[in-house]
Each structure stands twice: as C-alpha cells, then as structure tokens.
Write a protein that binds this ligand. Structure first.
Ligand code: CMP
Length: 147
C-alpha cells in the first residue's frame, strides 16, 4: 500500500549543494515528491519538532544545528515509504554510514552523528504527525463527512 513519509534536507545538506543529487536518488528509488518547501526554522519550531529529544544532552546543539540555515521539507510517497526512506538515508551517524552504508544518502552528504544532512520519520505515526507539523492540510472531504 502507498504510504507517505517526511524527508528533510537539513541545513548542512542544503548549504553543501546536495539537493539535486539527493533528489536524483529519491526519484531513482521510486519515490514521488508530492510536496516540498524551503523553510527557516526558528528555535521554537525546532524545539516543537524535536520535543521527544528535549531531555537529551544533545538537544541544545540539535536546535542550534537545525536553525543554522534553511531546510528543505518534502512529503515522499511510495509503497512502504517510511521503511524504504529510513533504509535509503542510512544510520544516524553519517561518519559510520560512510563505512557501513556507503551508498546511503547520509554517507553521501553527512559528516557525523549530529550533522547527518537528512531526516526521515521513524514510523507511520511519526510521519503523519510530522507532515501535519509542516503542511497544515485542510481535512479531506471524506474526513469532514465522517465527523
Ligand atoms: P535524527 O535521528 O534525524 O534526529 C535526531 C537528531 O539529533 C539526529 O538525527 C542528529 O542530527 C542529532 N544528534 C546529535 N547528537 C546525537 C546523538 N548523540 N544521538 C542521536 N542523535 C543526535
């Protein structure tokens, strides 16, 4: 079944001019990019988006990183999009990805555990929440009829 997930090219990916190469990999891997936008997150946006990490020691650095420049947010569609996208971006630590997953997107454009250049939703539920966070869609006609 077709599924949606959220991809974000993080500030280091955008400023490093990896956008076209990343999009090429996305399309070659059978994803459709159904919506996209470039946005500069402020601290409050980033803190809300990463609320689940608010107690982590890397939280302050993460917020600084994600607000250091614009990001490119994309809705990606494919069968089993969440799992396929996680697989394509590779492990969180981009430094390790270069060794263990050399064909992954993080190996291509990331640097280390923090500056890993790209985001992928970790579950179907996260994907829907994250898509709603960035793209405040009007409810579908069907959803309106049911309520
Ligand atoms: P991601 O897994 O997409 O979401 C959380 C982000 O926090 C992660 O990518 C990194 O960019 C960043 N981060 C920084 N330090 C760490 C760490 N020690 N463990 C996990 N994520 C980290």
């Amino acid at each position: 079944e077709k599924e949606r997930t959220l991809g974000i090219i993080k500030p280091d990916g955008l400023s490093g001019n990896y956008t076209n190469r990343i999009k090429q990999v996305i399309l070659e891997s059978g994803f459709e990019i159904s919506k996209e936008m470039v946005i500069q997150l402020d601290e409050q946006d980033a803190a809300n988006f990463y609320a689940e990490h608010s107690s982590k020691i890397f939280f302050t650095d993460l917020i600084r990183y994600m607000t250091s420049g614009p990001v490119l947010v994309m809705i990606l569609e494919k069968e089993d999009a969440v799992a396929h996208w996680r697989n394509l971006i590779g492990p969180t630590d981009a430094g390790k990805a270069k060794i263990t997953h050399p064909h992954s997107i993080r190996a291509m454009c990331g640097i280390d555990l923090e500056k890993n250049c790209i985001h992928g939703s970790d579950s179907h539920q996260s994907a829907e929440r994250e898509i709603a966070f960035f793209f405040k869609e009007a409810p579908s006609d069907e959803a309106v009829r049911k309520h």
